[in-house]
Design a protein around this ligand. Structure first.
Ligand code: PEP
Ligand code: MG
Length: 787
């Protein structure tokens, strides 16, 4: 029996002490004892909380309050929660506890030899690290606390935070005994940080265990953890600590110590640190190196990928680790890190490009120019071409990987490869020159590198396969683990057959069904050509068959079918297309989308598309099928197209929704007018970015130079305007471009702006759902805290 039952110094703590000091406290002890630089401190043990509750007879009183509670009654829950928290805050703590805290604090101050000691007081719940009871974020942290009276007060606030409405609700729902969960308070020296953030020792986006991801911003790390700023992002190669990718963010705010009151305050970077720092790279090369080295050590200590909070002290420039916990969302990877590093040093890289669809594939190079050469591609080949087009899809499906000279992350090759789970590198510039016919290569499309020869990772599955196919157990888990989110998480799909592969993913519907895949694979011919030959029934049957397959599979979840959006050059590739399609100089901004539907040269073809939709809804009763109109430019064309649709029996009403894509800037500027004509918008961020920035989405040059970027402030401003305008008219806003599948911080921005749903690639559904849930949770918590 220790002399001090209520206090443990970090040095005295080990990982088995969770019941005493909670998950966070145990981790800090483990880190310090493992030689990691952690700000010093002590824990007020969970026994202090439970003795306080028991000896002051609060348990009986609290139970009475909770037992009579209907937790679904939000108002009642809030009142009871406030009452319990107030009770804890206003009841004196036990004398022995207070004495021990005072003694520890005084000793701590003497050891550190500082007069004005600032500490952080953090909650460390004893059930925190139970996977089935992820309490992360449900208890509070208080920063920049000074003086023993404030410390004691904030320890009590930590105790009280076990009784927030959310925590009570959660425990009731999970059938936890309220008093089985206890709480220790961590008192730790405050790092006066000039920069801080988080680090994941395994890339959480690509799940690549050979990479780390660092997020960094100015001031205290709370700005990053709370999602207040979009931090800089650095992807680091773990074999040599080299940065392989970085995104320097616009960091408008930072959190600093409040000089006028207890705690912290948010200030503008521009005013506090100077304008330059808003866009300046936060971390130096040597800081990244040191951080990476420490992170690897921690990962080794725990023998699993870690999510680490860190800070760099402004006075001493020293790096501190504030917290480390396992990344639970990653899957197992058997790759031996050392073997991997050795293998990497022997690799000869031939080419680099943009990683457009993650995964690795190796095989023989097959270069193709156009449809006449697609038969050259055999199963497992590496398809190399200037740029893919719909004609090449049969060859793409056989390929182990695709590499193109041109294109960005939203080009045809990128979209189709992600749909099929084929590793793909685009915008390599000169793949067709560097790679020779029949050459054996390995395409690492997670890093965007083509290596010489067939390398070990050949057997590695692509990301899609790992996510979806590897085992039934995993599929069930994806569903079971999927958090419920307010923002709907939809999935993009094109190829109807793939629904069986993806149907176990945790999505709420299909937010974009690209019918072009049906045109290419099921119909195979141009609708106007079929009409000319009296074969229109074939079109209606095939198109309705493709849509039915998906709609039936996911019923009653909605499926938003986007009607044809081929450009004229792509329509020409369909059978009979050459006879009926014009040659345009700029098809990307030419006769596409609604402009086509309402012109005499295609109207009849469009009517066939409408009849296919009607057939699915009427004959199969699949009323979960809605429609979406692409490349809308004007309100008058929407009025006209709606007339045609109504004539075909597709009248907009409660049961049948018509959305338009917001991908031409005119829709943003006139969003309120459009909102009165339609049920919803889906942001086509691929085209919208292209048109706002005047940056060809297929230009490899502009893409690699960073011009094409959905995160550009002008694009974000447009999206913000649209969401606000649509919501004024109670219309829903979704997004179906590649942006949220590529950049988590972009998804976070969308949620903060109040988007109603996001529609993403199948390979990011599970991750995005978790991200959406955590951002929503943070928003709710911030709101609750500000009440
Ligand atoms: C878009 O433009 O963002 C979009 C989803 O449509 P597509 O990529 O098919 O043009
Ligand atoms: Mg588009």
């Amino acid at each position: 029996m220790t002399k001090q039952p209520y206090i443990r110094l970090f040095e005295e703590i080990h990982k088995e002490d969770i019941p005493l000091v909670g998950g966070k406290g145990a981790n800090l002890g483990e880190l310090i004892n493992g030689g990691v630089k952690v700000p010093p401190g002590f824990c007020v043990t969970a026994k202090a909380y439970s003795d306080f509750i028991a000896e002051r007879n609060l348990d009986k009183y609290i139970l009475e309050l909770v037992n009579g509670l209907d937790i679904e009654n939000h108002e009642q829950l809030q009142i009871i929660s406030a009452e319990i928290r107030n009770l804890i805050l206003t009841t004196d703590i036990l004398e022995p506890i207070e004495m021990e805290i005072r003694k520890a604090y005084a000793q701590f101050q003497r050891n550190l030899q500082v007069d004005d000691l600032y500490v952080a007081v953090r909650s460390s719940a004893t059930a925190e690290d139970l996977p089935e009871a992820s309490f992360a974020g449900q208890q509070d942290t208080y920063l920049e606390i000074e003086g023993i009276a404030e410390v004691i007060h904030h320890i009590k606030k930590c105790w009280a935070s076990l009784w927030t409405a959310r925590a009570i609700y959660y425990r009731e729902k999970q059938y936890f005994d309220h008093f089985d969960v206890s709480l220790s308070a961590v008192v730790q020296k405050m790092v006066n940080s000039k920069k801080a953030g988080v680090l994941f020792t395994s890339n959480p986006i690509t799940e690549d265990h050979n990479q780390m991801m660092i997020n960094a911003s100015w001031g205290l790390g709370e700005s990053v953890v709370s999602g207040m700023v979009s931090p800089d992002e650095y992807i680091v190669d773990k074999s040599n600590n080299q940065v392989i990718e970085k995104h320097i963010a616009t960091k408008n705010f930072l959190i600093v110590k409040n000089e006028k009151a207890v705690g912290t305050t948010k200030v503008a970077v521009k005013e506090f640190l100077g304008e330059d720092l808003v866009t300046e790279q936060c971390l130096t090369e040597s800081e990244i190196d040191q951080l990476s080295t420490d992170a690897l050590r921690i990962e080794k200590l725990y023998n699993s990928p870690q999510d680490i909070e860190w800070a760099i002290d402004s006075d001493t420039d020293e790096l501190y680790i504030l917290q480390a916990r396992p990344i639970t969302t990653l899957k197992e990877e058997e790759t031996n890190v050392i073997e991997q590093a050795q293998a990497e040093s022997n690799r000869v890289s031939l080419l680099r490009g943009l990683a457009a669809s993650p995964g690795t594939g190796s095989g023989k190079v097959r270069k193709i120019k156009d449809i006449t050469e697609i038969s050259k591609v055999e199963d497992g080949d590496i398809l190399v071409t200037i740029m893919t087009n719909p004609d090449m899809m049969p060859a793409m499906k056989k390929a182990a990987a695709v590499v193109t000279n041109e294109g960005g992350r939203t080009c045809h090759a990128a979209i189709v490869s992600r749909e099929f789970g084929i590793p793909c590198i685009v915008g390599s510039n000169n793949a067709t020159e560097v790679l020779t016919e029949g050459m054996e290569v390995t395409v690492d499309a997670t890093r965007g590198v083509v290596y010489q020869g067939i390398l070990e990772e050949k057997q590695e599955e692509t990301k899609n396969d790992r996510n979806v196919e590897s085992s039934g157990i995993e599929q069930i888990n994806l569903h079971q683990l999927a958090p419920i989110t307010g923002t709907k998480v939809y999935m993009n799909l094109g190829e109807p057959d793939l629904i069986s592969k993806y149907s176990n993913l945790p999505f709420d519907g299909i937010g974009l069904m690209r019918t072009e895949f049906i045109f290419t694979h099921l119909v195979g011919a141009h609708p106007m050509y079929l009409l000319r030959n009296g074969e229109e029934k074939q079109f209606i049957d095939k198109m309705s068959e493709g849509i039915t397959k998906v709609a039936q599979d996911i019923y009653p979840k909605p499926i938003v079918v986007r009607l044809s959006d081929f450009r004229s050059n792509e329509f020409r590739g369909l059978k009979g297309g050459e006879e009926v399609e014009p040659i345009e100089a700029n098809p990307m901004i030419g006769w596409r989308g609604v402009s086509r539907y309402i012109s005499p040269e295609y109207e009849e073809g469009f009517r066939l598309e409408c009849r296919a939709i009607k057939k699915v809804r009427d004959e199969y009763g699949l009323v979960n099928v809605w429609t979406m109109l692409p490349f809308v430019r004007t309100t008058w064309e929407v009025e006209r197209v709606k007339e045609i649709m109504a004539e075909e029996g597709l009248k907009q009403d409660q049961q049948f929704k018509i959305w338009i894509m917001a991908e031409v800037p005119s829709v943003i500027f006139q969003a309120e007018e459009f909102a009165q004509l339609v049920d919803g918008f889906s942001i086509g961020s691929n085209d919208l970015t292209q048109l706002i920035l005047g940056s060809d989405r297929d230009s490899g040059i502009l893409n690699t130079m960073g011009y094409f970027d959905e995160r550009n402030p002008a694009v974000k401003q447009a999206i913000k305007m649209l969401i606000h305008a649509a919501h004024k008219h109670d219309k829903t806003v979704s997004i179906c471009g590649q942006g949220p599948s590529l950049y988590p911080e972009f998804t976070e921005f969308l949620i903060r702006e109040g988007i109603d749903s996001v529609s993403i690639n199948p390979d990011t559904v599970a991750d995005t759902r978790r991200l959406v849930a955590s951002v929503e949770q943070r928003l709710i918590l911030n709101k609750l805290r500000s009440i």
